[in-house]
Design a protein around this ligand. Structure first.
Ligand code: MG
Length: 249
């Protein structure tokens, strides 16, 4: 009899522990009315336009959100609603710093084809100043796959080549989760999802480290937030309609 009671007691204890664990696994009941409501966001009039909670980094008028070489004002040309790389003035960086984010950016490579491979419409979007999504005129222009448009440069080719013709406006929609560092080591690598002209080209891919040229990537610990950077690679690449939504990880 005593043995049966002990076994029953153990069974009840296990059940209680299980219920406790289940409660921790599910913070909210199913259909819980106390659950906080997601914030209301008004979408842009067109999907490419910034929603109400976005930070607009370039609306076609000025470069006040950006700085150039050495913290000086950005020197790229602004006209007709776009900015254009002005060769030899250097990369431009946002004054504000960002970590995880959703980013929308539109770009166009020069209509007049000049050069080939990496020398044709080259620029780049550097998340956190160091993880490059490549911009290149990849329309009928062969190069190494991990360096074509929408590649994670020197790491990962895009799933498909969704490039438009030179001179046409193209878009990147990027979802980026910043890496997490602990004791000088990467604890959680960055991940990236990219849509090129609305087509999925990077699918929650784990970035392997800081973008390097002709070198294997690796992580260097860095702050939680850093500027977004656009590359001056000497080609007359244009940009317009750039907005960002910081994400809470
Ligand atoms: Mg580049």
């Amino acid at each position: 009899m005593r043995r049966i009671l002990v076994r029953a007691g153990l069974f009840v204890a296990v059940l209680a522990l299980g219920a406790c664990a289940a409660q921790h696994a599910f913070r909210w009941d199913v259909h819980d009315m106390d659950r906080p409501r997601p914030p209301v966001v008004t979408p842009g009039a067109e999907d490419r336009l910034p929603p109400s909670d976005a930070i607009v980094l370039f609306d076609g008028t000025d470069l006040s959100a950006w700085h150039g070489r050495g913290g000086q004002d950005a020197q790229w040309k602004v006209e007709n609603g776009y900015m254009e790389v002005t060769p030899d003035t250097g990369d431009i960086r946002t004054r504000q710093r960002f970590g995880s984010c959703q980013l929308h950016i539109e770009w166009a490579s020069p209509e007049v084809i000049d050069g080939s491979g990496q020398g044709r419409g080259n620029s780049g979007v550097f998340l956190m100043d160091r993880y490059e999504v490549q911009i290149l005129d990849s329309y009928d222009n062969d190069t190494y796959p991990d360096g074509q448009a929408a590649s994670i440069y020197a790491q990962k080719p895009p799933l498909v080549n969704a490039s438009r013709k030179p001179g046409q406006w193209q878009s990147f929609d990027i979802i980026f989760h910043a890496p997490v560092f602990e004791d000088g080591q990467v604890k959680k690598p960055a991940t990236i999802t990219v849509f090129h002209n609305g087509v999925l080209v990077q699918d929650h891919w784990e970035i392997q480290g800081t973008t390097r040229h002709k070198q294997r990537p690796s992580y260097d610990p860095h702050p939680d937030k850093l500027p977004l950077r656009l590359q001056d690679h000497g080609d007359l690449v244009r940009f317009r309609n750039i907005w960002i939504r910081p994400l809470d990880d």
